[in-house]
Design a binder for this molecule. Sequence first.
Ligand code: APR
Ligand code: ZN
Length: 248
Amino acid sequence: MDYSEKIDYLANLIKKSPYTLALTGAGISTESGIPDFRSPGTGLWTKYDPMKVATVSALERDPAAFYKINLDRWTRYNGAEPNAAHYALTRLEREGLLYGVITQNIDGLHRKAGLKQLWEVHGHLRTCHCMDCTQSFPFSCLVDQFNAGINPPRCDKCGGVLRLDVVLFEDALGEDFVQAVQAMTKCRLLIVVGSSLQVYPVAALPERAKQLAVINKEPTPWDDRAEIVINEMAGRVLTDILAALGIM
Ligand code: APR
Ligand code: ZN
C-alpha cells in the first residue's frame, strides 16, 4: 500500500471501530519542539542514561543532584503548544470517533489541545508532593524554590524533600494506568502515535487491542502485529486522516 492507501485504510478502521483509543508517546510532541527520548541522535536518552538519572533511587540517594540534572528538561518546554497531531486527536474525540487518549507524556499538551478523556499514565507536571508527609503542592513551589537556590526543594509543612508527580523508573504506575487498562478491555482499535513501545508496562497495552495501528517515524516491536503501520510524521498523518474522514 502507498501512503494515501494507508490513510484510507486507517480512516476506514476508525470509521468501523465501535471503541477506539490512542496511545501516545513523546513522538507526538516533537513537532511542538519537545525532544523525545530515543530518536537516534536527538533523543534525551542518547545523552543521559535514564537508569542513572531518572530513577527513584537517584532521587533518594542525592535529591540535589537529581534536580540539578533533571529539572531543566521538565521546565524548559513549559511554553510548548499542541501541534496538529494533538488537535487532530481532540477533533476525532469531538466527532465521537475516538473514546480517549492514553499518554506517556507529562507535557500536558493533550489537555492544552482540549482533549477530554485522557489518562496520563506517566504522571504530569502540575503538582508535586512531600516525600515525608505526602502534602501536595503546585509544581511551581518546587521550581520556585530551586530557582531561588533552595536545592533540594522542601515541604514548608515538615521540611521533607519535595518530589514531582511524574512516574520515575522504579515507580509503580498509578490510578490513571489502572483506568487505562480497564479502558483497553473495551478497545477494538488502538492507534499508537509517536512511541517506541519499549517501556513496560505501557508497552504491553497493544496486547489487549483487537486491532492495532501504528503511526511512528521508526519501526516498533509491535509492527508485525499491527493492521497498519505508517512511518511518517504524526502531524501530517493525523491531518490527512481527518481529511479522509471528511472532517475539516
Ligand atoms: N511523528 C511520528 N513519530 C515520531 C515523531 C513524529 N513527529 N517524532 C518522533 N517520533 C517517534 C520516534 O521515532 C520514536 O520511535 O516517536 C518515538 C518516540 O519514542 P521514545 O522517544 O522512546 O518515547 P516514548 O515511547 O514516549 O518513551 C516512553 O520512556 O523514558 C520513558 O517516561 C519516558 O514516557 C517515556 C517512556
Ligand atoms: Zn512534608
